[in-house]
Design a protein around this ligand. Sequence first.
Ligand code: NAD
Length: 253
Amino acid sequence: MPRLAGKVTFITGAGMGIGREAATLFASEGARVAVADIDEKAAKDTVGLIERAGGEGVALTGDVAVEADVDRMVADAVRRFGALHVLYNNAGVLWKDRDRSVLETDGPWWDRVMAINLKSVFWVTKYGIPHLQRAGGGSVILMGSVSALVGFTRAQDAYTCAKGALISLTKSLAIQFAKDQVRCNIIHPGIVDTPLQAPYLTDELRREFSTGIPLGRIAKPREIASVALFLASDDSSFMTGAELVVDGGFTAG
Ligand SMILES: NC(=O)c1ccc[n+]([C@@H]2O[C@H](COP(=O)([O-])OP(=O)(O)OC[C@H]3O[C@@H](n4cnc5c(N)ncnc54)[C@H](O)[C@@H]3O)[C@@H](O)[C@H]2O)c1
């Protein structure tokens, strides 16, 4: 039996990276997937991958930081598939050149990072959770980061604060909606080989990571998507309010 048979999943930032990997993985496990992304071509390409593998998906274009876009994308997903069971809040940005230490970051960039990485989850859960309640339960997945768990001398303070706030929101949503069988958990990835990291992954940094990460390498997107699959599926049916660290042992040291 496929692990997501009969489930409708809504994944933000599913045009690339971890989100695309999760979209194709969820579809291969029987889910119908709403692929939400600001990049229309990327979203359509992900749906193409899903359909070529025999699955079902719909591409939805919008900015997760914009209330009206999220409202529309959630409504379109429900109109297309009739229900919603999983909200995977995956979209996020890491702008190391503009989001740095508090001493070096300009206000508008702080606000934009916060809007995409934190406020987006407010919009997706505001418009999405009522559908999970209507369906008799579901799973909300948030994307944190090891950046929320430890400090770094080379800081991205807005990114770190947004991810840290998502930990608190995870627990609040878990407690509020447990009565409706709506679970909410957060994944903290370490560094993952995706387009988000591509501009920064120099050979020198890769060497640094291979010694600094106990498992000796950075993660592949599938290694995070498979944890999201676990949280989306009934395999995690007794888990809510939990933080899953997926970092090759980085924060254990
Ligand atoms: N890659 C890593 O090392 C790493 C580590 C820890 C946490 N994360 C988190 O994992 C998540 C996915 O990261 P990734 O590495 O796959 O990123 P990515 O940049 O490879 O892909 C992100 C996707 O989100 C989309 N997106 C960006 N802004 C958007 C917006 N405003 N509205 C809608 N879609 C938008 C992009 O178009 C892209 O398709 C993020 O939340 C990120 O913070 C990543």
